[in-house]
Design a protein around this ligand. Structure first.
Ligand code: SF4
Ligand code: SF4
Length: 449
């Protein structure tokens, strides 16, 4: 069976999104981890007791492959200390207390037309804004943008292949049907979007641009106008079924949009000549390159039956999730599970004093009826349903048994690292086996050894 021919189609009633924009009040406190991705942490340039303004640089990037960090509110540095992140890992963090004024740093700006900027200047502005990738494992965005003059050379079947990027995909699909920020943004007009797309095209050297939108959420005319304005006809737009899962994840999306298969388990879109970014990233790039504004806020999807207000929520980075929930009117019911990310691919939270960070796309407070608690899972009954849906043709039931019995070596041999952690197997399993949880644990164990 071809890769990604399988998967699941979710019903309209479970995937209908509330795309109303909700602005939240300024947080009283923000927690800003210095470790912004798996690589090198940033280095503080402020100390306890210093006053800061929003947008001020508070930690520098010691190398090109790490990220600078900016204050997201104005106020005082309360502490620089270890604090847990949403993965439960204690992480050195700068904690700011708000002065309630939201005073902004005076940003120095050099006005220039995007088309007149050379790739190194664009990269410098993207890096200075502290942007991170959102489609794959989070890394500094500049690390993911391969300069035109440095195409990747790699070995395929013993032959050295140099691959240039020919197509830039800008997707309005979200990683899963329960998330909606990209669909929300695709339905609006944005001053900086065209600049962001132009900058990504220059950086990737792509000759063609492909917009991917959700069939069920028609895009704003801006995207259609960008297609119509391209006299060379190198920009096109296609619709895909956003209720089909995991179409919104990077690797299946490339297969669905272009028919190209990214090699698993460690492949990258560039291996098949593609650069893939979502509308959220294109817009952040536009702001970083034209307005030169660092990233201090995010849009995330908030949902679930245990929280009163649902929608697309604008929030300052570093806001603790407990404070965010309070600002949305608090919990309306006892949640059975609180998830960062989406219900299919997100992470359960056991401590609500963890911050919203740049890569977080959603917050869900789910009721008992909406979840399968991992504690009550049963033995596999060999029904085969998980095999029927696994988009990368694994045998998830067997893999889950190896992982549950600490036979990580066997799981690896049977393709554990091909798993894209889509959660389709969890979703259909009548024995409620928490397979993605088991797979992530096994991958972590194997990577540590
Ligand atoms: S084994 Fe991995 S890729 Fe396959 S359905 Fe489960 S989570 Fe998705
Ligand atoms: S769906 Fe669940 S019960 Fe059925 S084979 Fe897969 S793991 Fe076993």
């Amino acid at each position: 069976m071809a890769l990604f021919a399988k998967g699941i189609t979710l019903k309209k009633k479970v995937t209908t999104l509330n795309l109303d924009l909700i602005d939240t009040p300024l947080p009283k406190r923000v927690i800003l981890p210095l470790q912004q991705y798996i690589g090198e942490p940033s280095q503080p340039v402020v100390a306890k007791g210093d006053t800061v303004t929003a947008g001020q640089l508070i930690a520098t990037a010691p190398t090109d492959s790490s990220l600078p960090l900016h204050a997201t509110i104005s106020g005082t540095v309360a502490e620089i200390t270890e604090h847990p992140d949403y993965k439960g890992t204690p992480t050195p963090s700068i904690i700011l207390e708000s002065d309630g004024k939201d005073t902004w740093e005076a940003l120095s700006r050099e006005e220039k037309d995007i088309s007149s900027l050379a790739p190194p200047e664009i990269a410098e502005r993207i890096h200075a804004a502290g942007l991170i990738t959102t489609q794959l494992v989070p890394v500094p965005l500049t690390n993911d943008l391969i300069p035109i003059d440095q195409p990747k050379t790699h070995l395929i079947d013993g032959k050295s292949i140099t691959k240039r990027i020919d197509t830039l995909i800008i997707t309005a699909l979200d990683k899963e049907p329960f998330l909606g920020v990209n669909r929300y943004l695709a339905g609006k007009d944005h001053e900086e979007l065209a600049d962001g797309i132009a900058a990504l095209k220059i950086m990737t050297g792509a000759q063609k641009i492909l917009f991917v939108v959700d069939t069920h959420y028609p895009p704003h005319t801006q995207l259609k106008e960008l297609v119509a304005a391209d006299e060379e006809e190198t920009t096109t737009l296609i619709s895909l079924n956003g209720r089909r899962f995991p179409t919104g994840l990077a690797i299946p999306l490339i297969k669905a949009a272009l028919g190209r298969e990214v090699p698993l388990p460690y492949g990258h879109p560039r291996d098949v000549g593609v650069a893939l970014y979502d509308i959220t990233t294109a817009l952040s790039v536009g702001k970083a390159v034209s307005a030169q504004i660092p990233q201090v806020e995010s849009l995330i999807t908030v949902g679930g039956g245990a929280i009163g207000r649902h929608g697309i929520v604008k929030v300052r980075i570093g806001t603790p999730i407990e404070e965010l929930i309070e600002s949305l009117g608090g919990l309306s019911k006892d949640p059975a599970k609180i998830i960062i990310g989406g219900p299919m691919t997100g992470m359960a939270q056991y401590d609500l004093d963890v911050p919203i960070t740049k890569e977080i796309s959603g917050l869900f407070a789910l009721t008992q009826d909406e979840i399968q608690l991992s504690g009550d899972y049963r033995q596999c009954i060999n029904c085969g349903l998980c095999v029927k849906v696994c988009p990368v043709n694994l045998v998830p039931g067997a893999l889950s048994m190896y992982c549950a019995n600490n036979r990580f070596d066997m799981a690896e041999t049977e393709g554990l690292f091909h798993c894209i952690e889509c959660g389709c197997c969890d979703y259909v399993c009548p024995s409620r086996r928490p397979m993605v949880h088991l797979f992530r644990h096994a991958k972590n164990q194997l990577m540590e050894t």
